[in-house]
Design a protein around this ligand. Sequence first.
Ligand SMILES: [Cu+2]
Length: 238
Amino acid sequence: MSTKHVFGSVVLAGVLSSSVALAHVSIASGPAAADKSSKITFSVGHGCEVGTAHYDTYKVRVEIPAGVTSVRALTSDFGKPTFTKAGTAVTAIEWVKPVSEILPDDDGYYEITIRARVPNTPFSKIQFTVHQVCQTPNGDVTASWDQPEGATTGNPAAQLVVVPARLNPTGWNKFTIPAGVTVPAAKLGTYFGDALIVWKGVAAYSANASTVALIAATAGTTALTTDLVAGDEVWVRY
Ligand SMILES: [Cu+2]
């Protein structure tokens, strides 16, 4: 092995370790409203890794989970979508680049977008399995992003956060936590990250540090630090 090759491996190892936390295949479009149609964009942060070698992505396949309906897909950098269906329901969508458009190295960043209606399950996450395929000198390799949150092996699936639909998109909304749902205090930011403030009685939550300071400084107001459970009513200002 030449010195140059060893040096290249060291550099690649550095790139790999820094990309693990934020690249991957994930949802770039933010939360989706329950029981509504939304555009859902997947970002493909990097190509396939084989040892220390990296290859451009030329095919992406998104599996549509049960309960996600009215599925349509945009044409992407990979070209037109093709659909797999069970009856009239779309169960998977695939985009494939012409071989002539495959990049010589893993320098491409890709986004693919679908439009779909998500189920009426606010305060939950929907897991989308995505497969990316790259051509290598030894044939195609597939990376499957299919593991649940918290898995310590394999590739994490894309997780779509489902939030309650807003009747008043730029004002006050009252939500009741549905039966069977608990929103852990530590996950308030997942579902209310873009809210100006969330009130449960005299307890308030905000993801904004300035608002948190105001809550702490206001007499008669406490920080919301308890889980939200079924039946709880919250007032949320967006
Ligand atoms: Cu990654």
